[in-house]
Design a binder for this molecule. Structure first.
Ligand SMILES: Nc1nc2c(ncn2[C@@H]2O[C@H](COP(=O)(O)OP(=O)(O)OP(=O)(O)O)[C@@H](O)[C@H]2O)c(=O)[nH]1
Ligand SMILES: [Mg+2]
Length: 360
């Protein structure tokens, strides 16, 4: 499961975002507590809902993403060894940026300053990476002197390059690395190498601007950067909605000019950021959505479902979602000749419905 860490400065709205995503109740860890809260986000997908209407299966299983609420300021976390190690486990960071100016709720600072907040956090991520690199380099330099080892020399060379990028205040996610270099540094799980989803937390007055995150970012002087994505929430309004029934929720959101649930908006941004897509499996027992990275082959996708299906892989029967819905079912699509038979190397596309033929 993909794991998103919710980070940001203190009182930016991290727990509020967590509650919106997971529909969890309550305030979460008390201020000053260091525990993390882990939640599972059900990925909304109207295509899966439609497939379920066609098949009426016993179970409908949405794709899920894990999200983790981190307490307090990420600056403190990045500076503490144990907490920083936890941050390194995330596949991506959802950085909540306070875009509401409200002295009564945030004693830390009155006016929001998006650019400064983002820069401060970025700097801290880079410093945490630098500390790791310096420690490793110290060791490496000694070892390289003792024995000639091309692997160690390559690592030394790469880490030195990465270090000078950080010293020039370039986060590692922006570096154009070769696949080999990427492989070399993967194990360090550097914080500044992680993709970032900026989540601007807007005031109620700005609620209708949640779909204009790019414009907000530009106004704040933020330029678009590699491996980042910007989106927005209106924390206060959207967290309240998480507790309402769907009809009430829609009316309530509409009164603020909001058209879509925050979860849909956030998940879409996450999928885009991480290069994820969904494919479906259908049947009378179960209709299910699966999340994979763009570029995943049929054989790899089979492995997501079960190692037995991967091992016994014969062929994948594939059909686009729209074609399946038009045909009214897999059997009908098959008899109309709309199914494609694909081999192990076939790259699955978003929205495809797949049936794996396998031995054993
Ligand atoms: N005015 C306004 N207040 C908000 C908004 N979102 C959150 N708040 C308030 O800001 C405070 C902090 O929200 P949290 O979601 O707990 O923030 P946090 O980042 O989890 O805080 P820490 O974990 O203590 O760092 C709470 O009092 C919220 O009610 C918003 O969109 N507008
Ligand atoms: Mg919190």
């Amino acid at each position: 499961m993909f794991k998103i860490g919710i980070i940001g400065l203190a009182q930016a709205g991290k727990t509020t975002l967590f509650r919106i995503l997971t529909r969890a109740q309550g305030a979460g860890p008390a201020a000053g507590k260091t525990e993390l809260r882990v939640g599972v986000v059900r990925v909304p997908d109207s295509r899966l809902d439609r497939l379920s209407e066609i098949y009426r299966p016993k179970k409908t299983i949405h794709a899920t993403i894990e999200c983790v609420d981190t307490p307090g300021s990420v600056i403190d976390l990045a500076r503490s060894g144990a907490a920083a190690a936890t941050l390194r486990e995330f596949d991506a960071l959802a950085h909540v940026v306070r875009a509401f100016g409200d002295e009564s709720t945030s004693p830390l600072s009155g006016e929001a300053n998006l650019q400064k907040d983002i820069e401060n956090v970025e700097l801290e991520l880079m410093l945490s990476d630098l500390a790791i690199i310096e420690k490793r380099l110290e060791r490496l330099e000694k070892d390289v002197k003792k024995q000639r080892n091309p692997n160690l020399e390559r690592e030394l060379h790469t880490l030195n390059a990465v270090k000078s990028a950080l010293e020039n205040q370039t986060p590692l996610r922006e570096l154009a690395l070769t696949p080999e270099e990427r492989q070399l540094i993967r194990g360090f799980a550097f914080l500044s190498a992680k993709p970032v989803l900026y989540v601007f937390n807007l005031s109620e007055e700005d609620a209708a601007r949640v779909d204009a995150a790019e414009a907000l970012a530009a106004e704040a002087g933020l330029r678009p950067r590699a491996q980042t994505e910007a989106t927005a929430i209106c924390g206060k309004v959207e967290a309240e909605v998480a507790e309402l029934d769907p009809v009430e929720a829609e009316e309530f959101l509409a009164s603020y000019g909001l058209r879509e649930s925050a979860v849909s908006r956030l998940i879409r941004a996450c999928y885009h950021l991480l290069g994820l897509l969904s494919f479906f499996t259908v049947g009378e027992d179960e209709c299910r959505a699966w999340t994979i990275r763009r570029g995943t082959t049929a054989l790899e996708a089979a492995g997501e479902i079960h190692s037995d299906i991967q091992r016994g892989f014969i062929r994948a029967e594939v059909i686009a979602y729209d074609d399946l819905v038009a045909a009214g079912g897999f059997a009908e699509a098959r008899s109309r000749g709309r199914l494609r038979l694909e081999g192990k190397e076939y790259v699955i596309r978003d929205g495809e419905v797949v049936h794996f033929r396998h031995a054993g």
